[in-house]
Design a protein around this ligand. Structure first.
Ligand code: ATP
Ligand code: MG
Length: 265
C-alpha cells in the first residue's frame, strides 16, 4: 500500500488538570492513505473532535507525532502554514459560524482562491458557479448574503468553499449531521465523487453509523480517548472485535423498525 498521507502515532491530549482532567486522546494511532475515506466514530466526548482539531493544527497534542505527507505537522505549520492549509481543509457542524456574514456567498467561495492567488477574476467567477452546482445549489445564490440562506444551503456553501482549492485531505466533523436526509445523500455522493475524481482523502466524523458505513473505506472507533477498534469498514461493522465497538455499532445499525412499538393485532 502507498505511504500514508496522514499519520498519528501515540497521540495524547489531556484537557485540564487534577480532578477536572479529561483524557481526550490516549495514545491514538491513525493512518489515512491518499484518497482514502476514514470514518471516525464513538460516543459523545470520546475525543473525535479533539483528533480533528489536532490534525488541523488547531489543538497541540501533549505527546505523540502527527505527520502529513511524510513531514511533521509542526514543521508544516512553522515552515509554510499557507501551503499546508491549502492541502488540508475542514468542514464543521455549525454552517453559519464559518462564513463572513457581510460577504456575499460567491465572495466566500472564491476567497480561498484570492488568498492563494489562483486564477483571474473571471476564472474565479466560473469556478464559483461550478462549485455551487457541484453541491446542488443554484449559481444565483452567489449574490446572496449568508442570512438569506437556509442551514442546509449554508452547509453546502461551506463544503463548496472547502473544495475550492481541491485539498488532498478534507476533515469533516459532523459536516452533514444537520442536513436533511436527501441533502445528506447528495453531499455524501459529492464527497465520493471528489474522492474518485480528485483522489481527496477524508477524515469523516459522524455519529450516524449508516452514513459512515456508506462513505468510509475504513473505520476507527474511539472510546474515552482510546482507539478500541479500527480496520476496513465491512470488517469493523460486520465483525467488530472489541465488546465496546460491538455494542456501539450494534445499537447504531439496529433496523429502525425494531425500535417501533409492536402492533397489537
Ligand atoms: N478545549 C477544551 N477544554 C476542556 N475540555 C475539552 C476541550 N475540548 C474537548 N474537551 C473534552 O475532551 C473530551 C473529548 O471531547 P471531544 O470534543 O473531542 O469529543 P467528541 O467525540 O468530539 O464529542 P461529540 O460527539 O459530542 O462532538 C470531552 O470530555 C470534552 O469535554
Ligand atoms: Mg465533536
Amino acid at each position: 500500500m502507498s505511504a500514508p498521507l496522514l499519520s498519528l502515532r501515540d497521540v495524547h491530549k489531556v484537557f485540564g488538570d487534577g480532578d477536572t482532567a479529561t483524557v481526550a486522546a490516549n495514545g491514538v494511532d491513525l493512518d489515512i492513505h491518499p484518497g482514502e475515506i476514514v470514518g471516525l466514530v464513538g460516543e459523545s466526548g470520546s475525543g473525535k473532535s479533539t483528533i480533528a482539531n489536532i490534525v488541523l493544527g488547531l489543538v497541540r497534542p501533549d505527546a505523540g507525532t502527527v505527520t502529513f505527507d511524510g513531514v511533521r505537522l509542526s514543521d508544516h505549520l512553522a515552515r509554510n502554514e499557507r501551503a499546508f492549509r491549502r492541502q488540508v481543509q475542514a468542514v464543521f457542524q455549525q454552517p453559519l459560524l464559518a462564513l463572513d456574514q457581510r460577504r456575499r456567498i460567491g465572495w466566500s467561495i472564491a476567497e480561498p482562491l484570492v488568498i492563494h492567488r489562483i486564477g483571474t477574476a473571471e476564472e474565479r467567477r466560473s469556478r464559483v458557479v461550478e462549485l455551487l452546482r457541484a453541491v446542488g445549489l443554484s449559481p444565483d445564490l452567489a449574490d446572496r448574503l449568508p442570512r438569506e440562506l437556509s442551514g442546509g444551503q449554508l452547509q453546502r456553501v461551506n463544503i463548496a468553499r472547502a473544495l475550492t482549492l481541491e485539498p488532498r485531505l478534507l476533515v469533516c466533523d459532523e459536516a452533514v449531521s444537520a442536513l436533511d436526509v436527501s441533502v445528506q445523500a447528495q453531499v455524501l455522493d459529492l464527497f465520493l465523487e471528489m474522492q474518485d475524481r480528485l483522489g481527496i482523502a477524508m477524515l469523516f466524523i459522524s455519529h450516524n453509523m449508516a452514513v459512515v458505513r456508506h462513505i468510509s473505506d475504513s473505520v476507527v472507533v474511539m472510546y474515552h480517548g482510546d482507539v478500541v477498534e479500527s480496520g476496513p469498514t465491512d470488517q469493523v461493522c460486520d465483525a467488530p472485535a472489541s465488546p465496546y465497538a460491538r455494542q456501539l455499532i450494534g445499537s447504531w445499525l439496529e433496523p429502525v423498525v425494531d425500535t417501533l412499538p409492536e402492533s397489537h393485532e
